[in-house]
Write a protein that binds this ligand. Structure first.
Ligand code: LAC
Ligand code: ZN
Length: 483
């Protein structure tokens, strides 16, 4: 009798974790479930080196149906899931917290359909942005979303964060490019609306709720993306201005002069321009000398190489005549264009000496942007008089970025600097996140931008779609007890 009981206990002695792993292996195969020391570093760290993640396991499904089954397994075991895209988010939204299942969509990387007539492509969530861009180009079409992390960010991640980047001014954020969506809900069901139409007002649009939800409402598995005609001409210039005061007028003037072709208007304060161009001096010359207050990288994309350049040069000449800019350099070759973009594109290398850093991604009206910079600069200087601070941004969208190098010997530096800057944003009625999202990093400041009624509404939505709090828990919404 005793022996029988002991035998029974032995067979049941697999830990709950082992049982879970076994179930997950049953769904995706043993070679697509990793645990313990098998979990590679890339699943554990984030771009800002701020968080480190210790997932219970990493699971790599290859289809929406497998994702749905994984959600069922997680639900039965009451273990939360965090979905991983390219792992290049900057607010910890994709950081898998201890003991959670990390769901990597890297194997769901198929371009399912290219529809030239409808100007759409249907893709799985794990497709890397750059690959989707190149696929569109090979069909003479444009996927307008573009950002520095294009080589790692995935379509699913850019949908989850409603990514913005450097062409929002003309084509909007990711939300404006998502026509159809498929997602797995927290109960394991699949919702799918892979429509290719621009117009679809049949009831509540759950698609728009999922765009920007940072994986907290469900798992985006596929999307239909809206494409545009591929531009045939690109005109790029760097402008220098003696003071910020001219920026709004310059933007309005150029936008009007370039007849709808203005696609990029990236603003860089002198400190940013000096720092980044100095970091790149070994690879390239500084395109314009130091000494101006702000620099603006602009680009127009059009359909007629000769006519577009003429329009561009005429507009810039008139801007100079009107005193809206003090200097300008126009790229004449692809190499020169790349050189101008380098100051603003991938900042990973240039930023290395700035770690540990606090990074900001806020928005205010363009009119208020210089006030925000002045206030934030003096608030940080009051705390740390010698802190390195760089300001830049997607000015056409009211989106200001700032980085502040933190004192590595002061454990409280990050909280102090963040608090000081977010207070300035709050006082100007701005948003604490223009494009990166809230993730883990900004949760406690959500109330600076969202009213109690708005936060309550967000909680109701989260509660309705994910009652057991299994979808990327602990992200976006602050803990209800403290806020
Ligand atoms: C950028 C990213 C950090 O604009 O949003 O460079
Ligand atoms: Zn940005």
């Amino acid at each position: 009798m005793e022996t029988t009981i002991r035998k029974y206990e032995l067979s049941a002695s697999m830990s709950a974790g082992d049982v879970l792993l076994q179930h997950l292996r049953g769904v995706v195969g043993a070679s697509n479930v990793f645990s313990g020391s098998e979990i590679e570093e890339r699943y554990r760290s984030d771009m800002m080196r701020k968080y480190s993640s210790t997932p219970l396991c990493v699971v790599r499904p290859s289809s929406t149906e497998e994702v749905a089954k994984i959600v069922q397994v997680a639900r039965n075991a009451k273990i939360p899931l965090t979905t991983l895209g390219g792992c290049t988010g900057v607010v910890g939204g994709g950081m898998c917290l201890q003991g959670e299942i990390a769901l990597s969509l890297e194997r769901m990387n198929k371009i399912i359909e290219f529809d030239v007539e409808s100007m759409t492509m249907t893709v799985e969530a794990g497709v890397v942005l750059q690959r989707a861009q190149e696929e569109a180009e090979s069909h003479d079409l444009l996927l307008p979303l573009d950002l520095g992390a294009r080589g790692s960010a995935t379509i699913g991640g850019t949908i989850a964060t409603n990514a913005g980047g450097v062409r929002v001014l003309r084509w909007g954020t990711m939300r404006d490019m998502v026509l159809g969506l498929e997602a797995v809900l927290a109960d394991g069901s699949i919702v799918s609306s892979l429509t290719k139409s621009l117009k679809d007002n049949a009831g509540y649009h759950w698609r728009d709720l999922f765009v920007g939800s940072e994986g907290t409402l469900g798992i985006v598995t596929r999307a239909v993306l809206r494409l545009r005609p591929l531009p045939k001409s690109a005109q790029t210039a760097l402008l220098a201005l003696n003071d910020f005061g001219c920026v709004p007028q310059l933007l309005r003037f150029l936008d009007a002069s370039f007849a709808g072709q203005l696609s990029t208007f990236e603003l860089m304060w002198a400190d940013f321009y000096e720092f980044v161009s100095a970091a790149q001096l070994q690879q390239r010359q500084r395109p314009l000398p130091l000494g101006s207050a702000v620099y603006v990288l602009i680009e127009t994309l059009g359909a007629d190489v000769g006519r577009d350049m003429e329009l561009f040069e005429r507009g810039l000449a008139e801007a100079l005549e009107r005193g809206l800019a003090s200097d300008v350099v126009i790229a004449q070759t692809e190499r020169e264009r790349a050189n101008l973009w380098a100051v603003r594109d991938d900042l990973t290398e240039a930023y290395k000496p700035l770690f540990p850093l606090a990074a900001f991604d806020v928005s205010v009206s363009l009119k208020d942007m210089p006030h925000l910079v002045d206030r934030a600069r003096s608030a940080v200087q009051q705390l740390y008089p010698c802190a390195t601070m760089l300001f830049y941004g997607h000015a056409g969208d009211g989106n200001l970025h700032a980085v502040v190098k933190l004192d590595p010997n002061d454990a409280a530096a990050e909280a102090k600097v963040e608090g000081a800057v977010y207070e300035c944003v709050r006082d100007l009625g701005g948003s604490i996140s223009a494009e990166h999202g809230i993730g883990l990093a900004k949760r406690k400041y959500l109330s600076y931008t969202r009213s109690p009624a708005e936060v309550a509404l967000m909680r109701s939505i989260k509660g309705a779609l994910d009652p057991d709090n299994l979808m990327n828990p602990g992200k976006v919404l602050p803990d209800s007890q403290t806020h």
